[in-house]
Design a binder for this molecule. Structure first.
Ligand SMILES: Nc1nc2c(c(=O)[nH]1)N[C@H]1C(S)=C(S)[C@@H](COP(=O)(O)O)O[C@H]1N2
Ligand SMILES: [Mo]
Length: 403
């Protein structure tokens, strides 16, 4: 049996309550445990799925999610301020009491029993501060439809489901060593404390997705600060996982449990979702982990710019595989290209800001930007179709009017 067929079998086992890792009975146990004293106080925020204000000049609201307007990043620094950082919630931002919260580290990949860490416990470990991008695997999904004429399911993001912040926390490897990880451990799976995700009438349990121990020891953070302040509620308060370079779903918010396993772990988020399905892929789909190369102009599609005078076009490009080496821009629908000038610091090399002067004649124009990273990874003209619309890496055509 191939590994991916095995994934699918495991997924059906899960639904039928046959898996050891997490069963429907475990769900009931968790619900009952929530009533015991000493367990975290988690409730739903009454007003809506997202706590922070979502002014329309900074965000496009998309159900339980909100994407950053690229025009709101113009003249901002390298980091995306919290007031305009995109939010992707499967359900709703939970209200969590940091005083009763703890992280439970447990599983067959530990030498001993479960270990619990309070927020203060985590803060006592040596901390690390790092620039990391969070980007939804579906960022750009809307362009499969509007630019390629293809039908895909999921939130129709434009390019605003990405942000770079300065995160502070403890290295996951520090906590795993402290908790007594064994040599047999292969996978780590964080689970969120937000409400269980229900899809097609099926309760899929808490939002969770495994990653390999090798990645955990490489660069994963347990973050408790974002841009110098405690994590805001919508971004995972009190503690979230950050998996650099990987699709956003890996970076579990509101983490409550970390399962460390001596056997491979599966969840709906690596069997049913976050795989490439479609005519170009095998029936069981191809799992995805790492992000691709993208570029965006710091303006909104359909924007108006002054005709006959010089406008400074700005934008950002990013790649999960390394720093950006060059960005080529076209202001005439792809007929001619000019190289954009890079500017600004690039802490961690997560994304590159760029600029280009442009003096448009009155009328409509189409702007394109194509980035290439230091390894030669670039952006194609067409992204590979997949039914769930992930990893849209094609050059996006942005219409603007000069008047
Ligand atoms: N517990 C939990 N973690 C989660 C999610 C969620 O719904 N619940 N959404 C994931 C997805 S799909 C993305 S893209 C990122 C978004 O992070 P942000 O809302 O801080 O921008 O969080 C990830 N972590
Ligand atoms: Mo996502």
């Amino acid at each position: 049996m191939s590994e991916s067929r095995y994934d699918i079998r495991r997924f059906h086992d899960f639904l039928a309550g046959r898996t050891r890792g997490f069963t429907r009975r475990d769900l009931l146990t968790i619900t009952a445990a929530a009533l015991l004293p000493g367990t975290p106080d988690v409730s739903t925020v009454a007003d809506g799925p997202i706590v922070k204000p979502l002014p329309p000049e900074l965000f496009r609201s998309l159900g339980t999610n909100a994407e950053t307007r690229w025009s709101a990043l113009k003249d901002q620094g390298y980091y995306v301020p919290v007031d305009r950082f995109f939010v992707r919630n499967h359900t709703s931002t939970p209200a969590i009491d940091a005083d009763t919260w703890s992280l439970k580290v447990t599983g067959t990949g530990l030498r001993g029993g479960p270990v619990h860490y309070s927020l203060d416990d985590l803060r006592r470990f040596p901390s690390e501060t790092r620039a990391v991008a969070v980007e939804c695997a579906g960022n750009g999904r809307g362009y499969y439809t509007t630019q390629q004429g293809q039908t895909v399911s999921g939130t129709a993001w434009q390019l605003g489901a990405v942000g770079v912040a300065r995160w502070r926390g403890v290295r996951l490897s520090t906590v795993l060593r402290h908790a007594g990880i064994s040599r047999a451990a292969v996978d780590v799976q964080p689970s969120g404390l937000d409400a269980n995700f229900v899809s097609g009438g099926v309760d899929l349990g808490p939002v969770r997705r495994p990653f390999p121990v090798a990645k955990a020891f490489d660069d994963v953070l347990l973050a408790y600060e974002m841009n110098g302040v405690p994590l805001p509620p919508d971004h995972g308060f009190p503690v979230r996982v950050l998996v650099p370079g990987w699709i956003g779903i890996a970076s579990i918010k509101w983490v409550g449990t970390l399962e460390v396993s001596a056997e491979p772990l599966f969840s709906p988020w690596n069997t049913q979702f976050y795989r490439l399905f479609g005519p170009e892929f095998p029936a069981e789909g191809v799992p995805i982990d790492e992000q691709v190369v993208k570029s965006a102009f710091e303006l909104d599609p359909g924007a108006t710019v002054p005709a006959g005078t010089t406008t400074r076009l700005t934008g950002r490009s990013w790649s999960a595989h390394g720093p950006i080496r060059r960005v080529d821009v076209s202001t005439d629908g792809g007929a001619t290209w000019r190289r954009a000038r890079h500017y600004g610091d690039t802490p961690g090399g997560v994304w590159q800001r760029w600029e280009l002067d442009w003096k448009p004649a009155a009328g409509t124009h189409e702007l394109l930007a194509r980035a290439t990273d230091v390894h030669g990874n670039s952006q194609p003209d067409t992204a590979t179709y997949n039914t769930l619309g992930y990893l849209f890496d094609a050059v996006v055509r942005i219409p603007v009017t000069a008047a």
